[in-house]
Design a protein around this ligand. Structure first.
Ligand code: PEP
Ligand code: MN
Length: 355
């Protein structure tokens, strides 16, 4: 259930409502007040509410609207918000703002990892010339082995700043620890929460609460269900940050031919279930640079709002994920193809109008 608080409510009426909610939930659930647009809302699990509780709530002066939501995720559901969320990226760092979630697909591109100044700046200029709107680059890298390149850390953040100044492109980079959210948010325009951390709940809460309110790109966990993924997004939104972008990056399977299995079905399905934008990462989903162009086109045809693609000026020398990285020239071709596709489809996958 989602309660919208009456903006005219007095502090006494609000206090009365909070006392009632604590009683109904027997003080067992967190009661989080979240601002969505101009409204203050409280989302709660419906299992706590019987007819008596509903009757008591309907008398409350502090409540403007009560919306019953059947799914476990509430604020991110289409049942709560029928219009698509559009997210503005990069409006605070003096760069060219980009809208994620509109009709135009957005392409995020750049290296898996920030390796050094020369590599990052050359790739940033390459992806900009190719037509990408946002630059990616990992400063903190979640590597399977402790003996692999772990990223440049804070130095990588400074290099991303420099790349933004050079190109005007907003930047996205991964944050792995709650206590690094503030510093990463100072340098980045989007916080990336990687697959391995999709259910790192303290990190989700920190990304929801941080004062700069940067948009968050939430990648699907290696073996996560769609409901688990939407509930992870719900953590960020309920904690106070409504700007979440979902990213399908393939799920674990048994076949080592591809790194993962790209679950393209999840794209139109998510567009039914949630108002949040959905993008696809064909690089980590396939693990093979030769498959990236086809799966990029397929993702846009399935209704993705954009792509995040790994690009390197010389993939054979990449310190991380070279086998799945494409060149800026290959990216340029993908961007022109996907733009044509999107124009042809003219929002055919926009379900916000159908509900
Ligand atoms: C990445 O995009 O840099 C990354 C590590 O991807 P994932 O979290 O999807 O594995
Ligand atoms: Mn990578």
């Amino acid at each position: 259930m989602i309660i919208t608080i009456n903006s005219q409510a007095t502090s006494e009426e609000r206090a009365h409502l909070m006392t009632l909610l604590c009683r109904i939930t027997a003080n067992q659930c967190p009661i989080m007040t979240t601002t969505i647009g101009k409204s203050e809302v409280i989302a709660l699990d419906k299992s706590k509410f019987d007819t008596r509780a509903y009757a008591a709530l309907s008398q409350q002066k502090a409540i403007e609207r009560l919306v019953p939501i059947q799914t476990a995720y509430k604020l991110v559901s289409r049942a709560f918000q029928s219009e698509n969320s559009t997210i503005v990226v990069g409006d605070s760092h003096n760069c060219n703002p980009v809208i994620v979630g509109g009709i135009e697909p957005v392409v995020i591109a750049g290296p898996c990892a920030v390796e050094n100044r020369e590599q990052l700046l050359a790739t940033a200029q390459g992806v900009q010339t190719a037509g990408a709107q946002i630059l990616r680059g990992g400063a903190f890298k979640p590597r399977t082995s402790p003996y692999q390149f772990q990223g440049l850390g804070i130095e990588g953040l400074h290099l991303l700043n420099e790349a933004r100044q050079l190109t005007g492109l907003p930047v996205i980079t991964e944050v792995m620890e709650p206590n690094l959210v503030d510093i990463v948010a100072q340098h980045a325009d989007i916080l990336q929460i990687g697959s391995r951390n999709m259910q790192n709940f303290p990190l989700l809460l920190a990304a929801g609460r941080h004062s700069l309110q940067r948009p968050v790109l939430l990648k699907r966990g290696l073996s996560s269900t769609i409901d688990e993924w939407l509930l992870a997004a719900e953590y960020i939104v309920a904690a106070g940050n409504p700007n979440v972008i979902l990213c399908e990056r393939g799920i674990r399977s048994y076949d080592p031919q591809t790194r993962n299995v790209l679950d393209l079905t999840c794209v139109p399905l998510l567009r039914e279930l949630t108002h949040l934008p959905v993008i696809v990462d064909p690089s980590h989903a396939t693990g093979r640079s030769t498959l990236v162009p086809t799966m990029s086109r397929a993702s846009i045809a399935a209704g993705a709002h954009g792509l995040i693609i790994e690009v390197h000026t010389d993939p054979s020398t990449a310190l991380c994920d070279g086998q799945q990285s494409i060149t800026p020239e290959q990216l340029q071709k993908i961007i022109s193809q996907t733009q044509r596709l999107a124009r042809m489809m003219q929002g055919d996958n926009d379900l916000s109008r159908a509900v």
